[in-house]
Unconditional design. Structure first.
Length: 255
């Protein structure tokens, strides 16, 4: 296994997105080479002698596989459109499968995939706040449900079919375009609180995590370090679930 300081060639899918356009310069600054895969390369607005820009669509499996040739690691910052009620999924799962095939074809092992805090992983405990309020109620109202479905299916694919690669999944909360908070984003075992990080801080976390062997085969939440003993999402989930069960019981008794 190479060390984090060894220059590598990273393929970054979603390089022109809000996280991607921050990840690419950080990788270059660290001495690495980058192959940026983008549908609209002009949006990248970065030039460097160690930067290759490949125009392509993540829905083109052949182009995705070809872009991986010669790389040492792959970073996926691809996702469906948030806030679009007409989107019901179908972008991320086939893309991740194409990436996996390309990695096997070209002997690439390391893969980092960014999803979201609303994603569900194998063995995760039920949390009423997340699984009902965020995903089913608020997510559908905002038009984010399709992205939740996509992220879940992509993670499930890696959990069941990705044994031959060194995959890792990040699950950040709401990401905002504000200046850095001056705090490091870290891996968390519980939902992030406050549920927000900046693109700047998340990009720095992404670049540091992709070389971390301890993160292989994990899909942890990420966010700023928790500063309170009380974890509001867990408490809120318990309280809301208790109230909901109580109301359901009262309705049952009345009918």
């Amino acid at each position: 296994m190479t060390t984090p300081s060894t220059p590598k060639l990273y393929v970054v899918f979603g390089a022109t997105g809000n996280t991607g356009k921050r990840v690419v310069p950080l990788l270059l600054a660290a001495g690495h080479s980058v192959r940026a895969f983008a549908r609209s390369p002009g949006k990248l607005q970065v030039s460097h002698d160690r930067l290759q820009v490949v125009q392509g669509d993540v829905g083109d499996a052949e182009a995705v596989r070809a872009a991986i040739k010669g790389a040492q690691a792959v970073i996926s910052l691809v996702g469906g459109p948030l806030g679009d009620k007409s989107f019901h999924g179908g972008v991320l799962p086939p893309f991740i499968k194409a990436v996996h095939v390309g990695m096997r074809e070209h002997g690439v092992k390391r893969l980092l995939v960014q999803t979201g805090a609303a994603s569900v992983v194998r063995g995760e405990k039920f949390n009423f706040l997340k699984h009902v309020l965020v995903r089913q109620i608020d997510g559908r109202k905002r038009g984010d449900h399709g992205c939740h479905v996509d992220n879940d299916e992509a993670i499930r694919y890696l959990e069941t079919s990705g044994a031959d690669i060194e995959w890792m999944v990040t699950r950040p909360p709401l990401i905002v375009a504000k200046p850095s908070e001056g705090k490091k984003v870290v891996a968390l075992d519980v939902m992030p609180w406050p549920p927000v990080v900046t693109f700047e801080d998340l990009a720095a976390y992404t670049v540091s995590l992709v070389d971390d062997d301890k993160a292989v085969k994990t899909a942890q939440y990420c966010g700023y370090p928790l500063t309170s003993v009380i974890h509001p999402p867990s408490v809120a989930g318990y309280v809301v679930a208790t109230v909901a069960i109580g109301l359901a019981y009262l309705i049952y008794r009345l009918i």
